[in-house]
Ligand binder design. Structure first.
Ligand code: AMP
Length: 366
């Protein structure tokens, strides 16, 4: 099939790399002529409100998907006139606004932190009164990798946070004292078939994902089933085809949803080497109507993100059992430039390699 992908970043690139062996071809839409996916497929440049450019992109495509959750819903809906768009653009609507998203989780009986809508300084004071401190003030839209959020610890933090964020629509969330962060990645086919990856454990540094361990250690059967249930409810309610990620906080053994991504996710990159079918391949299989593949594990895997700078590739490749993925992006602080996965059947071998890579990565940081 001719597959169109909205967004031409590393996720689009890895989707295409997984999809070519299945017989598909790829075209990307991205505002930037530098978009890295342009190296592995045709790239159409334009802005998401340019109908002509979107039409040029859609011309001759069999199916359209996205790798970026801030695709304007109107653009996705317009494209539905030309080819099926998967996942359902309703998923974009649910995921783009943290308030809508948290309310959505609640309607599906998925636990979340307590939250309040904040539209004015008076709302903020009332929300702090209701939820107490510490709390996290976040912009409802366009926050990612920890951007657009402030932790409020003392009443005296409110003024500064309000002057930074107060011009935007906000949500105040209770500060969750989580034991750890986990995520579940799941794929649903157009026919309603499901595949779940095992829960993975994520470590964030400055709000950016730094490391994913797959599978997460010490996960009970009950926790895995609970997380699968959350993904199942979301994907069923949205009549969703494709891969979805749900980020979770573990608190006293219980799983609370923080946010969802209606796309392949950074915490699923390990699956390229660590699962029988990667999240990327399963997403392409789902949106093109092909049968889904097994999500069974191939040993254990740890993925490390390369953020801001990258060590010398040759040094990283010298490390046993490592698999390097560079995204062809110019270095910039806080930017995800690539990732490296270690996969092994032996925990000791895996840990030795991960320690060697972490030393290389920390050696390149200021
Ligand atoms: P987010 O952009 O919502 O994924 O937040 C980025 C990171 O900030 C999360 O992965 C957590 O480490 C932290 N965080 C976000 N919301 C909360 C919260 N309500 N309580 C505690 N930590 C949070």
């Amino acid at each position: 099939m001719r597959v169109g992908i909205l967004g031409g970043g590393q996720l689009g690139r890895m989707l295409a790399l997984a999809g070519y062996p299945l017989g598909h071809t790829f075209r990307f839409f991205d505002p930037s002529p530098e978009a890295g996916a342009g190296e592995v497929g045709e790239l159409v440049n334009g802005s998401y409100d340019e109908e002509e450019a979107l039409k040029r992109f859609a011309d001759g495509l069999d199916v359209i998907t996205y790798e970026f959750e801030n695709v304007p819903v109107e653009a996705a809906r317009l494209l539905e006139q030309y080819a099926p768009v998967h996942p359902n653009p309703a998923a974009l609507e649910a995921a783009q606004d943290r308030l809508v998203e948290k309310r959505y989780f609640r309607t599906l009986n998925i636990p979340t932190a307590q939250f309040r809508d904040v539209d004015s300084r008076a709302d903020l004071d009332a929300a702090v009164e209701a939820l107490w401190l510490p709390a996290v003030l976040k912009t409802r839209r366009e926050g990612y990798d920890g951007k657009g959020q402030r932790v409020l610890r003392e009443p005296s933090d409110l003024d500064a946070a309000w002057s930074d964020l107060g011009d935007k629509a906000l949500i105040l969330e209770q500060f969750v004292r989580f034991d750890r962060e986990l995520s579940i990645v799941a794929t649903r086919s157009t026919g309603g078939d499901f595949r779940y990856y095992p829960l993975v454990e994520n470590t964030h540094v400055d709000g950016i994902l730094s490391r994913t361990v797959a599978p997460a250690p010490d996960v009970s059967e009950r926790q895995q089933r609970a997380a699968e249930g959350y993904a199942h409810r979301i994907q069923t309610a949205l009549d969703y085809a494709g891969t979805l990620a749900v980020e979770l906080f573990e608190v006293d053994g219980l799983l609370m949803a923080n946010e969802m991504a209606p796309r392949v996710h950074n915490s699923g990159h390990w699956s390229i080497e660590g699962a029988e079918t990667s999240q990327f391949e399963n997403h392409i299989r789902a949106v093109t109507g092909q049968p889904l593949g097994s999500t069974g594990l191939r040993g254990q895997a740890t993925m490390l993100n390369l953020i801001g700078t990258t060590p010398d590739p040759a040094d990283m490749l010298k490390v046993d059992a490592s698999h390097l993925h560079l995204y062809s992006k110019a270095p910039r602080p806080g930017r995800k430039l690539g990732h490296i996965t270690v996969r092994s059947d032996h925990l000791e071998r895996l840990e030795t390699s991960v320690a060697a890579l972490e030393a290389l990565i920390s050696g390149t940081e200021e």
